[in-house]
Write a protein that binds this ligand. Structure first.
Ligand SMILES: *Cc1c(COP(=O)(O)O)cnc(C)c1O
Length: 361
């Protein structure tokens, strides 16, 4: 039997998605070949990418004045893609709420002036800094946030900063499709697919066309990174990550079958509440993130000692609950409970937590 996989990413996929991919591995429909063997310029592949985009648009209610791209290079390449396309005035506000947020700010600083507005490194990123509107420089090009901090288990949720007229840019790698966001509140969002939307190798970029079609701020940057160019070419300026886009399309279909994002949000909140409830009723475990800023995707906690943390992770593995070791930046334990993690997996973890406390508390 497959264990419950709590990995932070690449992460568990919905089993029906894997089964569908398996059934279509050798021949996709009646196309006569695997998706992996198709030309990206063929009508049969065009149907796959068009369908993936249409389903994503439906799930996230993306209006026509927003473009959707499927790009390569992970979220990390978008740390450059965002400033190279949007930093035309040479300045941007960054809220540093974690390791990836910091990396995004550092990457942007290669191309312009980064104003760090809010930084929670003083308490190892266990909370979300919440700058007031007047703290953001209104003459900057945008405000960048990391919507969900995968490593620390903190999240803005939908309590977004008031940025006035500035475009809000968000790294949504570990929370896209996990709860209902109003895309109109954002200038641009991006997400590596391998956490909540598929497999490694593909990054979703959704943004306002007027922002995305400005072109690059410099000619000394790769043209594949130019949103304007990629929009014109339907994400196919060169070979796109064809199989990863296909898998994401299957994940989007699955999300739709579950009742859409709002339905999954309910389950996700229920899942997270099960674990936080154990943590809040325990004097043995300690939750890492501040209560007000808790993520519903990554739940981080510690036991009273390093040895017990290690024993917890090893014991959980024995019980069929794998990949619970926290990130090296935080230590402790992290349960990543993305859309694909069923309620039964979280129930099993909550049960294991209670038993472990009873035996070791
Ligand atoms: C995992 C992660 C990244 C890095 O993604 P890559 O695809 O490996 O570049 C960036 N931001 C967040 C929020 C993440 O969770």
């Amino acid at each position: 039997m497959r264990p419950y996989n709590f990995a932070a990413g690449p992460a568990a996929l919905p089993l029906p998605v894997l089964e569908r991919a398996q059934s279509e591995l050798i021949e996709h429909g009646s196309d006569g070949m695997s998706v992996m063997e198709m030309s990206h310029r063929s009508p049969m592949y065009q149907r796959i990418i068009d369908r993936a985009e249409a389903t994503l648009r439906e799930l996230m209610e993306i209006p026509d004045d927003y473009a959707v791209l499927f790009m390569q290079g992970g979220a990390t390449l978008q740390f450059s893609g965002v400033p190279l396309n949007l930093m035309h005035g040479g300045k941007a506000n960054y809220v540093v709420s974690g390791n990836f947020a910091k990396k995004a700010a550092q990457e942007a600083a290669r191309y312009g002036t980064v104003l760090v507005v809010g930084d929670s490194s003083d308490r190892n990123y266990t909370y979300i800094p919440r700058p007031k509107r007047e703290e953001f420089d209104p003459s900057a090009d945008y405000v960048h946030i990391t919507a969900n901090n995968t490593i620390y288990g903190t999240s803005w949720r939908t309590n977004l900063p008031d940025v006035g007229e500035l475009p809000l840019v968000a790294d949504m790698t570990s929370c896209i499709l996990s709860e209902v966001y109003d895309i109109r509140k954002f200038g641009l969002v991006y997400a590596g697919a391998q956490k909540n939307a598929g497999i490694a190798g593909m990054t979703i970029v959704v943004g306002r066309r007027d922002l995305m079609e400005q072109g690059l701020i410099t000619k000394a940057a790769p043209s594949v990174l130019e949103y304007k160019n990629q929009i014109k070419n339907g994400s196919m300026m060169n070979t796109p990550p064809t199989y990863a886009i296909y898998i994401a399309g299957l994940v989007f279909d699955w999300v739709k079958e579950q009742g859409g994002v709002a339905a999954l949000q309910k389950v996700n909140e229920q899942k997270a509440a099960l674990l936080y409830d154990v943590l809040d009723h325990s004097s043995f475990y300690k939750a890492v993130a501040d209560k007000a800023d808790r993520s519903i995707m990554n739940v981080t906690f510690v036991t009273p000692s390093e040895d017990l943390n290690a024993a917890f992770v090893a014991g959980a593995k024995e019980a069929g609950l794998v990949n619970l070791k926290g990130h090296r930046a935080t230590g402790g334990i992290r349960a990543s409970i993305y859309n694909a993690m069923p309620l039964s997996g979280v129930e099993a973890l909550a049960q294991f937590m209670k038993e472990f406390e009873r035996k070791n508390g």
